[in-house]
Ligand binder design. Sequence first.
Ligand SMILES: [Fe+2]
Length: 186
Amino acid sequence: MTQLARLRGFIQSVTRLLDDGADEARIFRDGRPLLADLVRHDDWLPDAYAQPHPDHYQQYLLHCDPLERFSVVSFVWGPGQTTPVHDHTVWGMVGILRGAELCEEFDAHGQPAGRHELRPGQVDLVSPNVGDVHRVSNLLADAVSVSIHVYGANIGRVERHVFQPDGTRRPFVSGYANELLPNLWV
Ligand SMILES: [Fe+2]
């Protein structure tokens, strides 16, 4: 088995779930252990998709479903880097591959609602149904952290929002850092 076979198998399993008509609740129930299994092994992500940027976090597209029903993205945080407070508008699962992350939760009005730490192998859930607004930071001051995210859309093209401290929102489309994709078939 080549290392990317892990990612290929994960993508195949999520595709089968969606082909089977799985709704968000079933994706969270059946997809979460699939993502947990993927991030339990840190031996498959090509280095090109784990490179930090000196100034801000990176998001690398690893795969987008041809029908844009889901996308898989690697997020890479350098020491001390953080996202803005943002929403997703679709279901999402966040699996920690490397390092450690701090997730600060906010309510739909952008007000603080809790925080928790995430370690390798753990999977977090987001969606408008289970809590959709958060800020994610690298917990480590001296190392890179990497997480693998799965969303119920082509997330880099989704029109969503960044929240200001006063709760006001502005439109946000994240895009992707990469123009090339990993070859799942080597
Ligand atoms: Fe997020």
